[in-house]
Write a protein that binds this ligand. Structure first.
Ligand code: PEP
Length: 251
């Protein structure tokens, strides 16, 4: 099955109204020429601005996290319905920075996936091992357990309506990229884990690689059979670099 490449930008806690306008002015007018699907995940405060900037274009909008509750006394948090309300179609859940810095356990990630799914948001579920876990030979066990928690919560079809992102923690923001072969091995194992539950969803599911993706390495990653796109941090802050990464996708 051919899966269309999805190039997703994760701006993290970066940007300003001025910088975002410069980015969209550079990227959006040329986005129609790109063959892949495109997603930009931005800080919550800028989502409304970006919804306007992306209106009528092929660029999709996403948030970087969501609270697991529908509404209520959760100071500082953002509900899934609010993200929908300001134009988001997607949300990243379980990013390693959320897992390590803000205590997002597999259980909390699962609850967030459920909350997002109930509001019709498409989830980019992030999984990935630390360097210690890789060196201990437990990579596949760790990522499969992370996947399973979310899979139990929302099921394979909802997962396939979104995307899975394999992001080795040791490769995020470090300049160290997993080799295409290393990434392919984990992507194939993740797809097999979904196939065990629902073969059709496994074939449809896009599995993105994340971890120091840049214009120079995107094409070789996209060439692997189970790598269906990228989740891009640092390089996505420059419109030109993100454009080059998107342009590396042939399908
Ligand atoms: C990320 O934060 O999802 C990421 C992959 O970051 P970077 O591309 O900077 O490694």
């Amino acid at each position: 099955m051919t899966r269309k490449i999805l190039a997703a930008a994760n701006w993290k806690m970066n940007g300003s109204r001025t910088a975002n306008r410069a980015w969209t002015d550079s990227f959006v007018p040329r986005s129609a020429e790109l063959a892949c699907n495109i997603l930009v995940c931005a800080p919550s405060v800028y989502l409304s601005d970006l919804d306007r900037a992306f209106e009528g274009t092929k660029v999709m909008l996403g948030a970087q996290d969501v609270n697991e509750h529908a509404n209520g006394a959760y100071t500082g948090e953002t509900a899934a319905a609010m993200l929908k309300d300001v134009g988001c179609e997607w949300v990243i859940i379980g990013h390693s920075e959320r897992r390590t810095l803000y205590g997002d356990s597999n259980e909390r990630v699962a609850a967030k996936c459920r909350a997002a799914h109930e509001q019709g948001l498409r989830v980019v579920l992030c999984v990935g091992e630390t360097l210690q876990e890789r060196e201990a030979g437990t990579t596949i066990d760790v990522v499969t357990e992370q996947l399973q928690a979310a899979l139990n919560a929302i099921g394979p079809q909802a997962l396939a309506a979104g995307a899975l992102a394999y992001e080795p923690v040791w490769a995020i923001g470090t300049g160290k990229t997993a080799t295409p072969a290393q990434a392919q091995e984990v992507h194939a194992a993740l797809r097999d884990a979904v196939r065990a539950v629902d073969p059709e969803s496994a074939d449809a599911l896009r599995i993105l690689y994340g971890g120091s993706v840049k214009p120079a390495n995107a094409a070789e990653l996209f060439a692997m059979p189970d790598i269906d796109g990228a989740l891009v941090g640092g390089a996505a802050l420059k419109a030109e670099d993100f454009y080059s990464i998107c342009a590396s996708a042939q399908v």
